[in-house]
Design a protein around this ligand. Sequence first.
Ligand code: ADP
Ligand code: MG
Length: 704
Amino acid sequence: MAAEYDILKTPIEFLKGVGPKRAEVFRKEFDIHTFDDLLHYYPYRHVDKSQIFKVSDIVEDGSYIQLRGRISNLQVVGQQRGKRLTAQFTDESGTLELVWFNGIKWVQELLQKKHEFIIFGKPTLYYGHWNMTHPELIDPNAQQESQVPMAFLPLYNTSDLAKKKTLDSKALAKIIANLLPVVHDVIPETLPEEMLRQLHLMPLRDALCQIHYPESHEQLSRATLRLKFDELFFLQLKMLKLKQINTQKTAGHRFPLVGQFFNSFYKNHLPFELTNAQKRVIREIRGDLGSGHQMNRLLQGDVGSGKTIIALFIMLLAKDNGYQSCLMAPTEILATQHYEKISRQVAPLGLRVEFLSGSTKTAKRRQILAGLENGDVDILIGTHALIEDNVQFQNLGLVVIDEQHRFGVEQRAKLWRKSAVPPHILVMTATPIPRTLAMTLYGDLDVSVIDELPSGRKPIITKHLYEKDRVRLFGFMKEQIAEGRQVFVVYPLIQESEKMDLLDLMAGYEAMEHDFPLPQYAIGVVHGKMKPEVKDYEMQRFARNETQILLSTTVIEVGIDVPNATVMVIENAERFGLSQLHQLRGRVGRGGNQSFCILMSKYELTADSRKRLNAMVQTNDGFEIANFDLQLRGPGDIQGTQQSGMLDFKIADISKDEKLVTYTRNLAIQVLNRDPDLALPENRRLAEMVAQLIDRDTNWSVIS
Ligand code: ADP
Ligand code: MG
């Protein structure tokens, strides 16, 4: 065991072909320090020299391929620097143009002698014709004679600096070829023998070698599967283990009472009937809160499904049981809105609700902090400021996190450190998350879903319009305003050029002022550069229907609730992501009136933009949108997941490997059901892996 460990941990400079200088480049440019690190630096693609394709097989995916056929029609065209040699390549399925800019003479001579070739290169589409520049020319007879096995060559990502220091893909491939025979026999297996056999998985040591230099297509796909399997399976096992630790081993505050605050609000102050889904979710949460274990629950529900009222109910439950609670939102505007709404709702109950954010004045802050410590404040609402270390509660029992995408795993963990007995945690999602993503990112949480909108909601009608339709749009806005409704107009915000966006917004404002003159139409403006008080004032005016049109950048994206607003106009809609568009649309359709979402875009759109806008027009369902988004963008780009580090897969891709995510999840559940502590001898390897993983992640060590 000790010897095996040593070889894989050997510093990279001791590998044949590396040495101290290249080792430096490995460390700085690739974060590769040991043999083991290099072993896990997978190629992004292979050049397939094992097969001969046909012209008719060519697809535009940037792959290098081999073809076999005749070369004819040699022509030298162009002058001086534009001079090139072209030729026609033909096989039984079609033709392709070959082009050489260099070595023209040499190629001409070669092609005069022979006509049959195996060519190797990257086809590109050029004005509708396939074209290959500087193909490698291989004599088919020579190849047969030499009996060199045609093979897969790995291609590796490198950096410009690494290339300058002679570490290009080719060099890496050579060095890795030196590495594999040295380490193959000492790579430890991570899965139990029985599991490998049953699932027909390739042993890890073979997979790690075949992923670099596969013997065949089949070996490559088996190696890929094995490595993806490991990434996903162990992540799931870790998450489930953490969940087990939380729910079974972490003591939690017990909230057995349904008391005066909860009941009185339910009976006397609830302005509507709860939906069945809301009632069910409250029951699920109450189950957790009565269990004596700490709750870690994710509440998923489409925009407008009524998550806030659930948060309020359980905060009242906390109060009934003598605990303080807090509600955290990602933006100042949203936090303010929660604060105003909730303090209004609970005013008759005599609770003390406070608001805390980065912009709370010092004197006020001091007063609030004192109230938190002596237990005077029942409910605290605010932004990230809530989890700062100087915010101490007397008796914090519950934390609700709204619109969780922006709160990373680390921030969640920070909450646990707030007291000896960790508070219950409810995370509410801004946008539905595709199932696979939820399992991966929040696999340690229990999940509740609100799958029903409050009754009487009419589905929002979404239309995609172009600049030429603007007169029509303005006419429509006027009709809606004449009926007493209000309109949001949102402009995109791009961080790199906030000034530009402001210009867009201000230009839009001037146009609006012109087309929507006072006194019938009052227009408000909100953007990120405004002071919070000013923003707040403008929001309030709109909420009270003192302004009929609200122009804003995306600061209004999350959570804002103005039921009288029925039109959401999104300018330059092509510049928004799908989940953002869906969020914005969710700002209307909250009252009983028919609502509309108008997507304005330029006429020329990229294929992806068009797909996004079409998806918006076609469905109102947040889960469908989320799935679509995941397909379109891949998980790395889903808002807020980048920082989390949870999705740093080397080889798995949860947008494509959906089945494997579900499969490994179920398998991990099975394993833990049979052997909750991974104590059986056959699960020894799993136990070791999970212990390593949980240990390595310091964020999590605080809760285990
Ligand atoms: P979200 O789930 O997007 O956070 P909110 O909690 O902001 O949604 O609720 C959207 C709107 O629906 C609010 O105005 C809220 O008061 C209202 N609402 C919530 N639940 C119900 C219900 N059961 N019946 C009618 N209206 C409801
Ligand atoms: Mg909300």
